[in-house]
Design a protein. Structure first.
Lengths: 313, 229
């Protein structure tokens, strides 16, 4: 119940902000932070619960963005349709990738997912229709009547996606699916002998995770009014989507949300105050600090504090 | 369980092994280190599909199926070293392997009745349990799948004598309830006490098949194949 109140409050807050007179830049930056909430939450479904480290986030994200471009160019599909189609396309990519790679375990799976980025990137670079390596310019349609600007509308759309992603992740976490995935992370062989359908669960997680990443990428072309392969298949997306849950804590749906808001905000501030280039450094340093000092992330740290507090009484 | 005959591996680990666990019986699989006991287990649960031969569960061939399918058909497995899920709670560990069918006898309530300590710790993460409790959990987890035959790989390994006795009592109780069990043990005395039949392996071949009584009475046999004890 508390959770659903939180959901409603978040959506209402986002919409309220967008309709108010706050500085436009807030939405520009907030969109990116929310986008990372979706990516981190999506990554955590496979990476956090099942322990399969996916480095291919950029591929799923980029394919989502390009699916939207194709639909927009071909039939002028509305944003909602673009997002749904992007989720389907990236979900399909997730299913296919999973089918080919999920028989591999540990580091081998991770390496295979990196390859997916390069394959997808190369394919798009050589596809004229979507602009190839030089990219494609897009004209935004007018925003919905309620909103002052298109960016504000996209901010709300991304907030809804983030909330939807968290709801899906939370459902998976508390259901038998999440239990099975966590059993796989603890000991895949023991899970198999306990009758857990390991391959099916992993495939499911990979598909849902991919679909959410694709959905996160779909509004990107409209947000930028432009799309080109180098920046949409940027390895930074993969690294951030992995670092954020690690920093927040991978065992709970709240972890990626905390990590994404924390790291995403820091990145935005650094971009404005110092430079865009230093972002990667910030991610790297924070990741190292957390892996060393708080391997269970912010959530683990909070849990430890609570425990200390209780035992000192 | 009707006859296991397997011969496989690049380095022939098992050479035409055949044995049979009768319904409601306990069969102890004994042998020195490297004799092929654990490999037999792996073959039955599907981690190492046999190159040749057949494995049947109550007449139904199961060789070559995925471990998950074999488990669902009714082969419960208590792995060596327990292999519980450390970050899951005790209750989650049990629910993961829960399988219900018309003939199922085991559920959470009955498992907790058999292992009261586990009920006390139901919401604790399994990694925080003691070795003995983890062993109980591993057995309980296998029971939750309502297995038609229960495979136990060295359930007494690494436990204090007192706990070993408790594991022994548990196995005896399961046997009384009519559970078919295939028991692999290094602890020969415990195994001979519990088992109805005994199979002794030596370098991947069956060296002896007979009743536990026969084996107990045959000092020479025990020394020859199980040595050090």
């Amino acid at each position: 119940m508390k959770f659903w109140i939180g959901v409603a409050a978040t959506v209402a807050l986002a919409a309220g902000l967008a309709l108010s007179g706050t500085n436009e830049y807030f939405f520009y930056a907030g969109y990116v932070v929310l986008q990372f909430v979706v990516l981190a939450t999506a990554w955590n479904i496979l990476g956090g619960y099942a322990g399969y480290v996916n480095f291919g986030t950029a591929a799923f994200f980029g394919i989502g963005a390009y699916t939207a471009v194709v639909l927009f160019k071909a039939v002028g599909a509305p944003l909602g349709v673009q997002i749904l189609a992007a989720a389907c396309a990236s979900g399909l990519l997730g299913f296919g990738t999973g089918l080919l790679t999920l028989r591999l375990r540990g580091i081998f799976f991770s390496i295979a997912t990196v390859a997916v980025i390069f394959i997808m990137h190369t394919a798009i670079v050589n596809w004229r229709y979507v602009g190839g390596a030089t990219g494609v310019q897009l004209l935004r349609p007018p925003a919905m009547p309620l909103f002052d600007s298109y960016t504000r509308m996209l901010f709300v759309v991304m907030a809804v996606l983030a909330v939807a992603g968290v709801c899906i992740a939370r459902y998976i976490e508390v259901s038998w699916i999440g239990r099975g995935l966590r059993a796989i992370r603890d000991s895949e062989e023991a899970a198999e002998c306990s009758g857990v359908p390991t391959l099916k669960l992993k495939l499911f997680a990979c598909t849902v995770s991919g679909a959410l990443m694709g959905a996160a990428g779909a509004p990107l072309p409209m947000y930028m009014s432009f799309l080109e392969p180098a920046s949409s298949f940027d390895l930074n997306y993969s690294v951030s989507a992995l670092a954020m849950p690690m920093i927040g804590g991978t065992s709970h749906w709240l972890g990626p949300v905390i990590g994404a808001i924390l790291l995403g905000s820091v990145q935005q501030i650094v971009t404005v105050t110092i430079s865009n280039e230093i972002n990667v450094l910030v991610v790297g340093v924070l990741l190292v600090v957390f892996v060393v000092a708080a391997p269970d992330g912010v959530l683990g740290l909070l849990r430890k504090l609570k425990w200390l507090h209780r035992s000192s009484r | 369980m009707q006859g296991v005959d397997a011969l496989y591996g690049d380095s022939h680990v098992l050479h035409g092994i055949s044995f049979e666990v009768g319904a409601g019986r306990v069969l102890a699989l004994l042998g020195r280190n490297g004799a092929g006991k654990t490999t037999c287990m792996s073959a039955i649960i599907g981690f190492l599909p046999p190159r040749k031969g057949a494995i049947r569960l109550f007449g139904e061939p199961i060789a070559g199926l995925a471990p998950e399918r074999i488990a669902r058909k009714g082969v419960g497995f208590v792995p060596q070293g327990r292999r519980i899920f450390p970050t899951l709670t005790v209750r989650e560990n049990l629910r993961v392997s829960e399988r219900r069918s018309a003939s199922s006898v085991w559920n959470l309530a009955r498992v907790f009745e058999l292992f009261p300590q586990l009920e006390e710790r139901a919401e604790q993460v399994a990694g925080s349990l003691s070795g003995g409790e983890q062993q109980m959990l591993a057995i309980a987890r296998a029971l939750m799948g309502n297995p038609r035959v229960l495979l136990m790989d060295e359930p007494s390994e690494g436990l204090a004598p007192l706990i070993v006795a408790e594991v022994g009592r548990t196995i005896a109780r399961l046997k009384d309830e009519g559970q078919s069990i295939l028991l692999v043990e290094q602890n020969v005395r415990l195994a001979l006490e519990l088992a109805d039949e005994v199979v002794i392996l030596n370098t991947g071949r069956v060296a002896f098949t007979g009743s536990a009584g026969e084996a107990r009475g045959n000092e020479a046999l025990i020394t020859q194949h199980l040595g050090v004890f």
